[in-house]
Design a protein around this ligand. Structure first.
Ligand code: R5P
Length: 291
């Protein structure tokens, strides 16, 4: 029997299939029934390797359902395999990595304990929101970057002298990496988020670099779209040309996509850590290389 099995959860079925083909591993499929009360019933089909299993399951909405399914898959794999690696392409809860306001629970600490308790010896994520989250994990962790794959896509678009823009200072390094791989320049805006209401404001004053240039707004994720909308509105006022968005995880909650387009974004390009209309960049290659 194959020495590695890929156990693909429902939220990462497609990436799981691609990955198993790439690394020539045995694919174990999961069939899910979510009952009316929200409980998940998971049935696996396929043989689990005695040596090593790789569970793949993103934790996007419904976040807690996908999380319990990921933990259940790890626990089931551990009954047979001596080593279980959890690949969580989109690491939900990664933004809850510190106590921003007194009394807040650092949920990433809880997740670390849960994954260890379920039997994972290592966890791999793609463009985790911040490495601080993984510092709370009592098991091995690895973060892989989808930026090279996103840049490859933009290279094919042959934009003329584009400027890479981070909507906030926290994403400065990401924008710098993107710009370096693309062979262009970058800037980072200053964003302020109200910790209580979640409302976003761009604090940057006038900037001359963006006028008459196509821009690529780079972020790790889009959730409500607030950051991208505010950044785009600001950049349009600065007389830029087209605004493209490159992000790893496009959650695009509620009407986020509509509001982003309305703000003036020409196109959103994301990866398949979260499957959807904009997820045209495949991450199975970078995961295959990392495991
Ligand atoms: C924040 O620091 C992140 O990098 C993203 O900019 C943010 O989480 C996006 O969220 P939203 O789309 O709700 O503004």
């Amino acid at each position: 029997m194959n020495k590695v099995s890929i156990i693909a959860g429902k939220s990462s079925e497609d990436v799981g299939k691609k990955l198993s083909r790439k690394i020539k591993a045995n694919l174990v499929k999961s069939q899910i029934r979510v009952f009316a009360d929200g409980e998940s019933k998971i049935t696996l089909s396929g043989k689990i390797s005695k040596k090593r299993s790789i569970v793949i399951q993103s934790i996007y909405p419904p976040v807690d359902t996908n999380l319990i399914q990921a933990l259940s898959l790890v626990a089931k794999a551990k009954e047979t395999s001596s080593e279980v690696i959890a690949v969580i392409p989109y690491m939900g809860y990664a933004r809850q990595d510190r106590e921003f306001l007194p009394g807040e629970i650092v949920t990433m600490k809880v997740l670390g304990k849960l994954f260890k308790g379920a039997g994972a010896s290592k966890i791999i994520a793609v463009d985790i929101h911040s490495m601080i989250g993984f510092k709370h994990f009592p098991i091995k962790t690895k973060n892989i970057s989808a930026i090279p794959e996103l840049v490859e896509h933009f290279k094919k678009m042959s934009l003329k002298n584009p400027l890479v823009v981070s909507p906030d200072q926290g994403g400065k390094e990401r924008a710098q990496k993107f710009a370096k791989e693309l062979g262009s320049e970058y800037i980072a805006l200053e964003k302020k988020r109200d910790r209580k209401t979640g409302k976003v404001q761009i604090k940057t004053k006038n900037i001359s670099e963006v006028a008459n240039r196509d821009l690529i707004l780079v972020d790790d994720m889009i959730s409500t779209g607030g950051s991208i909308v505010k950044a785009t509105q600001f950049l349009k006022k600065q007389k830029c040309k087209k605004v493209y968005v490159a992000c790893t995880h496009a959650l695009l909650m509620n009407d986020a996509e509509k509001r982003i387009k309305k703000a003036g974004v020409t196109k959103i390009i994301s990866t398949n850590t979260i499957p959807g209309k904009t997820s045209i960049v495949d991450i199975s290659n970078i995961i295959a290389k990392a495991i």
